[in-house]
Design a protein around this ligand. Sequence first.
Ligand SMILES: [Zn+2]
Length: 232
Amino acid sequence: MIYIFTGAGMAADSGLPTFRDTGGLWENYDINQVCNFPRFIKEQNIRDLTFQFYNERKLQYSEAKPHAGYVAIAKLQQQQPVKVITTNIDLLHEAAGTADVLHLHGRVDQMSCAQCYHYWNIADHVFEPGECAACGSVMVKPGIVFFGEMAPEYEALHWLIEDLKSTDTFVIVGTSLNVVNPIAMIRSAGKYPQIIFIDKNIPAAAKAHGVICMEEAAEVGLLKWINAINQS
Ligand SMILES: [Zn+2]
């Protein structure tokens, strides 16, 4: 089984800027305001700003096209079992045709309830305040995990790692490992799949534990790796 874990660097190659490269600002918004769960709960003006910010992101994401690395993953999944895990909230993997993607930090076509963690799909509609159909709370939000908020899908990642076998391959693409570090999780679970790390800046945390590092941008590195396994 091949697992492919993608982060901000993957989407950056499709032209989607992320806060990772901008020093606390994301498209001129302060990320301590627009991705901040405790403040979202307490402050009406932060809620307004957050809806505005994510509606702008949603529009921007809808105009982005998956690059060749996304398409190569979708093709690989048609040939053999591939599970994609991403911290990205855009739908570029789905747009390329990849099925069953695990979104650790939510996705732009969902709303969620801050009270009861009910999630619902809004497809192409804008994010807007309203009422939770499950519990009636008006504390509803874009279905994206903010700083200071529980990430329900981390449990799915935990169980997926518990199931890893030494014959599996775990490819990590375009992440700084700062928010989620699958290498540390895999090793602390005592699992030894082959791990491949692809990023234009290899973080120190990746350079240990027998990880094979490819210092390349996400798209280029992925295409090289997929070409290599197709020829082997
Ligand atoms: Zn609710």
